[in-house]
Structure formats: C-alpha cells, structure tokens
Design a protein around this ligand. Structure first.
Ligand SMILES: *Cc1c(COP(=O)(O)O)cnc(C)c1O
Length: 360
C-alpha cells in the first residue's frame, strides 16, 4: 500500500544506542519522545526494551494511554510533555507518572485526581528561560518559589523536578549561560525548601550540541529527545548528529502520471488549491511526475527526495508534482519515489490514516 512510511528499526535502535551512551557519559539520561512518530507501537517497543531509556514521553495523553501499561511493566516511567488541560487531569494521573506543569490551578486538580485514585503524581515545574513558550519566567524568582511552596503543600503531589524548553517558539538556543541560570534556580529551590529535585530536564533535541560539546551545566541530568532519536538531527542549528542515521524514517509514494509538459501554466493565473497565488520559473518543457500523496497526508514542504535529481514542484490535497528532468533514473508509472522527511513531515505522515507503515 502506498503512500507508506518506511521505518528502519535497526537504524532507530542505533540512534537510541549512540545518543543514550554518549549522553550517559555526561550524566544525562534520555527521555524518548514518541509524538514525532505518532507513538508508533514498534518504535515504542524499541524504547521500552532499551536498557538506557528510563522514560517515554508524549505531548498527548491519548498516546500515553496506548502504551502506559507496556512501559510500566518494563519499569519505565511515562511523561506527559504538554501542560495538562483541566479536563484531562484524571487521565493524566492514570496514564502519566510524571507531568510537566506551570499552573497551580492545574497541579491542585492533579492533586485531587491523585487523591481520588489513591496515588501520588509527580510534577516537573517548567521554567521559561526566554523562549516564551511554557513555564514560569526565570526573571521572577519569587513567583517560582511561591509556586514551589504551594506545590509542596499538596499531599498527593511530588515535586519531582524542574524542566526547561527552548528553541520551540522563540528560537532561543540553549547555552551554558541560560541553562546555567536554570540550574542555579534549581539549586536555590533545593536549598530554600530542603528538598532534592530528581529530574533537572535541560531541554529537547536543541540541547544536543551543548550536551555533546561537554558544556552542559552539570546539574542537568535529563534531555527529552524526539527529533534527535528519530531523525538523527539536533534542532539548534538543524545539523545532522555525527554517527546517527538521518534516514531511519522515510516515505514512499507511487507515480501515477509521467509526462513532458511546460514548466509554466497556460492561461490567466488565479489562486491554487490552498489559496496562495503561485509563482513559476520558465524552464521550458520538463519531465513531470505526479505521485499519489498530498497535503492531506503530510507536510509536502518537508519532503526531501532521496534522488537528488528530483525537485518537488508543488502539491494539492492528493497530488504532488515532481520535476524529474534532472534524474539519472528511468522512472515509469507505477514506480515509487522515496523521500527523506523533516520532523513536521514525519509527524504528519505518522498520524495520517492514509499513510501505511512498513518496518524493516
Ligand atoms: C516535543 C517536545 C520535546 C521533544 O522535542 P524534539 O525537538 O523532538 O526533541 C521535548 N519537550 C517538550 C516539552 C516537547 O513538547
């Protein structure tokens, strides 16, 4: 069945091994983030069976629900990455051992849910070190301490650690400076309340360059990794991580038309399928292939043809048009074309019910 995602489990395992081992040398544990591949069952199994991966994390409780039992049976903890919605707190307590939080009202509701389920729930408080997505802003230490004090007063909540998220909204790059401040705040929380923070989570795949350069502040003992594990890329500068596979997850689509046609449309130009006004460069007649995949299946802008003689010209909901003029391969209708994926394209394809999955 096409289109299909090709998931190379050996390459993924290799990436898991390489990153877990290298980071372990710096005292950093890996939290495997599953949302980029739609919490795919086989990939989840890989993380669950990996001796050096202690946590499995996702931003959606519906994904954690799918694998919480398997993960726990293997002694792994499940983590909810997105701040919980008020309306999902009882599922959060049920399926996540740990959740990331920044709002007292939510933590109080988690406390009530934990009480009624006869359990304790671990929270990691998020500190915003300038990227301006979630978390208590680092410049207001009084408010951070106040939140800690209130959280520590809740009998069914354990203040398990602190976390930071960077390079997501503001594009702020992790540095020894901003993460150094983050660690200082963690130390001051510990000193002020006489507690130990078990988890000091220093970010996502954008923290990889800092961590692998050995300059990560020592207090950071955890990173939450999606893209680095799945696509072998760090996300501070968008570079490939040395020794990791960038092609562990690829996409294949089938050619349904192959014709020589002009490169510029003929007629007055209005709007295209998704509302933009298109622009074209006249390259004369070109060999055009239509593959059976479209914007309904994935983020087409994130498709990178494995054959470097191919360029993606554009797409509508169900059709993607390729210029194959420069390719050395002799394609026919019915052949398939393979694409590397950006994180966004992988995520889109992984959760699409129109995209099949095969494992090698
Ligand atoms: C998605 C997410 C991650 C993982 O990000 P990657 O860049 O894929 O490593 C980490 N932390 C949080 C809070 C997230 O939402």
């Amino acid at each position: 069945m096409y289109p299909r995602l090709i998931v190379d489990l050996n390459k993924l395992k290799w990436n898991f091994d390489v990153l877990a081992k290298r980071l372990k040398d710096f005292g950093i544990a890996v939290m495997a983030v599953t949302k980029g591949i739609g919490a795919d069952q086989r990939v989840v199994e890989l993380a669950v069976n990996h001796p050096d991966i202690a946590f499995l994390a996702d931003s959606r409780i519906s994904n954690l629900k799918k694998y919480a039992e398997t993960a726990r049976r293997s002694g792994k903890q499940t983590v909810l990455l997105r701040l919980p919605m008020h309306t999902e707190v009882s599922d959060v307590v049920r399926y996540a051992d740990i959740s990331l939080n920044s709002e007292l009202s939510t933590v109080r509701m988690l406390n009530a849910a934990a009480e009624s389920q006869g359990t304790r729930h671990k929270v990691v408080l998020m500190l915003d070190m300038g990227d301006l997505r979630e978390g208590m802003i680092f410049t207001d230490e009084r408010a951070i301490f106040e939140l800690c004090r209130n959280v520590l007063a809740l009998p069914n909540i354990e203040l398990h650690g602190v976390g930071v998220n960077l390079t997501c909204y503001g594009g702020v790059i992790p540095s020894d400076q901003n993460l150094g401040t983050f660690c200082k705040i963690a130390e001051r929380i510990e000193a002020k309340f006489g507690i130990r923070l078990n988890l000091v989570s220093g970010g996502n795949s954008s923290s990889i360059p800092l961590a692998l350069s050995g300059k990560m502040p020592k207090k950071v003992n955890n990173l939450r990794l999606g893209e680095a594990l799945l696509l072998g890329k760090e996300t501070a500068y968008g570079g490939a991580i040395e020794g990791c596979f960038c092609d562990a997850v690829q996409l294949e689509a089938q050619i349904v038309e192959l014709k020589i046609k002009p490169s510029v449309p003929i007629g007055d130009i209005g709007l295209v399928a998704f509302g933009e006004k298109p622009a074209f460069t006249d390259k004369g007649e070109i060999a055009r292939a239509i593959v059976a995949i479209g914007r309904q299946d994935t983020n087409i802008d994130g498709l990178v043809p494995a054959d470097c003689g191919i360029t993606v010209l554009g797409a509508s909901s169900d059709h993607t048009i390729l210029d194959i003029t420069g390719s050395e391969n002799d394609y026919s209708v019915g052949d398939t074309v393979r694409f590397g994926l950006t994180y966004g394209a992988m995520l889109g394809a992984a959760v699409s019910s129109y995209v099949d999955k095969v494992y090698i």
